[in-house]
Design a protein around this ligand. Structure first.
Ligand code: ATP
Ligand code: K
Ligand code: MG
Length: 660
């Protein structure tokens, strides 16, 4: 299986694969190095990625983006409400989490956001397999560093539903930092501090990272989760909408399709203005048969998005402050993400640091590449250079339990904000029976949206009184793991026993003269001795295995359906192509190899087949197309066969002549 890294962006997804000769970015079915992050539903099949983008404007309500923004949230989450302006489709509640209602295969159907992400990953998997000609199961997925435990688990669930094995998750900026650090040499004993700034379509992240030879450590990260290219697009679209009200007496807000078409052209205009001083905007027959056109120059754009530009420094300030570095200690500032192509954004960042920016990394591919590298490092078959990295914890985590008599503590903040990730902490509780521990985020207000701060519950089973009737200590290993998940690794009972321990003789300098004849060989010390390993039942926000299994089957069925529709379409195209091809050749290339009767009969068959294709055959089954093709080819094939036989004879004759 390949070692694959996936950066699911809100606009575009990039996939990289690590092989023996290095890391490559995968190109999709239309040879693009990134794939639109969209899933759409049609009367017969789904459209995912490029094909979803192609049909988007004619099927807005059934075309879904923003998948990573809405997953693992409830419908009432203000973040979902915020997201609604970017989602023309209908959002619904499905057992407490957000989903969509779409028309699919002629029926109203609902899917959870997790399922949509799974569909998307399933397509990404197919694209990758087609390209590397190897099965894909192990993947490393990038997530925004501000993702909570529930969001991370939902993405892993989505991976499983797509029959993938997410080996681990990586924070996006950390993945970029890995891309930066792995293939670079740093002078022995020196640290280089680099700030990574990623401004994409929906989100903006900053990480301050300290590099040494062979390792990196994230010192701090900060975010503006409502800052990205799409905010620029909407601000500009609103401006044009107002202008068109005055100029053309139309309100594009009244027409979803019109609004979307202006939005698409606005994004184009924005991109042009990154390289040019002025750019045009034209949309033909946008609504009510009105053609609109306008122009904008870069100064006007910067004026319009001023409130956005003013927010750029905020996460930069937070990250620098939390990293505890001074400006002088920052060696370089690397920018990635599509929106860092906007000159005003670059300038603002550069001015903040008082130094020019670095563009060492491929701004669109660095994250996926970092993920592929890490996936390879988990692979038993690929050898990659060892690389150490440490991340930071974004949201403080508290563990809590029901206190027993005499216990005054019932909760503990175990993993504070900015704590190292991964990390482990052992706590001790005295218990002689099954008990529960729960984890929650300490400060719900710091979470990205109105998310439930509950993280998980662990039931720890099997503790019992010691032979002496004492309550044993239960040692519990709490962990933020390498995917940023909160978990309990293991739990075991331990009793304090007096053991004899050898004492090492330590002679301090200048003490030679002192008497040390009593060099005791051992001493008694109290020690925790590990006894029984306890079973743990883990309840998280992740899907139950049985639910997941059902969703896997459902996804497989939809993949089959899509494949069947695609195969049918291929057969139909093959038939159509055959008709046109043979109609020409029978008058030309094959003309001498059929009698007039045969030709007229065959022509008649081709015409009839064509009529059928545009009538009842428009929407026939795969086997009908195959049958029709075979029927034509039964006649056409004979004629073609004669032609090829004659050609062969001609070649043989020439060969004989040459041999003579
Ligand atoms: P996110 O990281 O927020 O999930 P993403 O990774 O899909 O999203 P990117 O691919 O990094 O986002 O960036 C896409 C954004 O960059 C879009 O808003 C796009 O309009 C913008 N963009 C791309 N090229 C340019 C350009 N030349 N000038 C201005 N903006 C650009
Ligand atoms: K991207
Ligand atoms: Mg991105």
């Amino acid at each position: 299986s390949g070692s694959v890294g996936i950066d699911i962006g809100n606009a575009n997804t990039v996939v990289a694969v690590a092989r023996n000769r290095g890391i490559d970015v995968i190109v999709n079915e239309v040879s693009n190095r990134s794939t639109p992050s969209l899933v759409a539903f049609g009367p017969k099949c789904r459209f995912i990625g490029e094909s979803a983008k192609t049909q988007e404007i004619t099927n807005l309500k059934n075309t879904l983006g923003s998948l990573k923004r809405i997953v693992a949230r409830s419908l009432s989450d203000p973040e979902v409400q915020y997201e609604k302006r970017f989602i023309p489709g209908e959002l619904v509640d499905i057992n407490g989490t957000v989903g969509v209602k779409v028309r699919y295969q002629g029926e109203e159907t609902t899917f959870t956001a997790t399922q949509l992400l799974a569909m998307y990953l399933s397509k990404i998997k197919a694209i990758t397999q087609a390209e590397i000609k190897m099965p894909v199961t192990d993947v490393v997925l990038a997530v925004p560093g501000w993702y909570t435990d529930a969001q991370r688990r939902a993405l892993i669930d989505a991976g499983h539903i797509a029959s993938l094995n997410p080996v681990r998750l990586l924070n996006e900026s950390t993945a970029a930092a890995i891309s930066y650090g792995v293939f670079r040499t740093f002078p022995e004993g020196q640290t280089k501090n680099v700030v990574f700034v990623d401004i994409g379509h929906a989100s903006y992240s900053v990480s301050v990272v300290a590099f040494k030879q062979g390792e990196l450590k994230v010192l701090a990260s900060a975010y503006d989760i409502h800052f990205g290219g799409r905010e620029f697009d909407y601000a500009l679209t609103e401006f044009f909408a107002d202008q068109f009200k005055e100029k053309y007496k139309i309100d594009v807000h009244e027409n979803l399709k019109a609004y979307s078409r202006v939005l698409t052209q606005t994004e184009r205009l924005k991109k042009i203005l990154s390289a040019n001083a002025t750019a045009p905007l034209n949309v033909e027959s946008v609504m009510n048969d009105v053609d609109v056109s306008s122009t904008l120059n870069r100064t006007e754009l910067e004026e319009l998005v001023k409130p956005l530009l003013d927010r750029i420094v905020v996460p930069l300030e937070t990250a620098i402050k939390e990293s505890k570095l001074s400006f002088e200690e920052i060696d370089s500032v690397e920018v990635i993400g599509g929106s860092t192509r906007v000159p005003a954004i670059k300038e603002t960042i550069s001015n903040f640091f008082g130094k020019p920016l670095s563009f060492t990394l491929n701004q669109d591919e660095a994250i996926a590449r970092g993920c592929a590298f890490v996936c390879a490092s988990h692979s038993p078959t690929l050898r990659v250079r060892p690389y150490k990295f440490e991340d930071v914890n974004q949201y403080s985590v508290t563990f809590q339990w029901e206190p027993v008599e005499g216990e005054d503590l019932s909760e503990l903040e175990v993993f504070p904000h900015n704590n190292v990730v991964p990390s482990t902490k052992i706590i001790t509780l005295f218990r002689d029976d099954t008990f529960d521990i729960e984890a929650r985020y300490t400060y719900p207000d710091t979470l990205p949206g109105a998310m439930n701060p509950w993280i998980g519950r662990w039931t720890i089973k099997g503790a019992k009184p010691t032979e002496k009737g004492d309550t044993p200590a239960v040692k519990i290993r709490l962990r933020t793991d390498h995917s940023g998940l909160v978990t309990i690794d293991s739990a075991y009972t331990a009793v304090e026993e007096t053991v004899e321990e050898p004492v090492e003789e330590t002679k301090k300098e200048g003490e030679e003269g002192k008497e040390s004849t009593e060099s005791a060989k051992t001493r008694s010390v109290k020690k925790w001795v590990r006894k029984d390993t306890l079973a743990i039942i883990h309840g998280t926000t992740a899907l139950d295995q049985s639910v997941k299994q059902a969703l896997i089957e459902k996804e497989n069925q939809m993949v089959e359906d899509d494949k069947h529709v695609a195969d049918t379409e291929d057969r139909k195209n093959a038939l159509e192509e055959y008709i046109y091809d043979m109609r020409g050749k029978i008058e030309d290339k094959y003309a001498d190899f059929a009698s007039d009767d045969e030709k007229s009969k065959f022509r008649g068959m081709l015409d009839a087949a064509e009529d059928w294709l545009y009538d009842e055959g428009e929407d026939a089954t795969k086997s009908q197309y195959i049958a029709k093709y075979d029927e034509l080819n039964a006649v056409g094939g004979v004629i073609k066969g004669r032609y090829f036989q004659a050609e062969q004879e001609k070649r043989d004759a020439e060969q004989r002549k040459r041999d003579e």
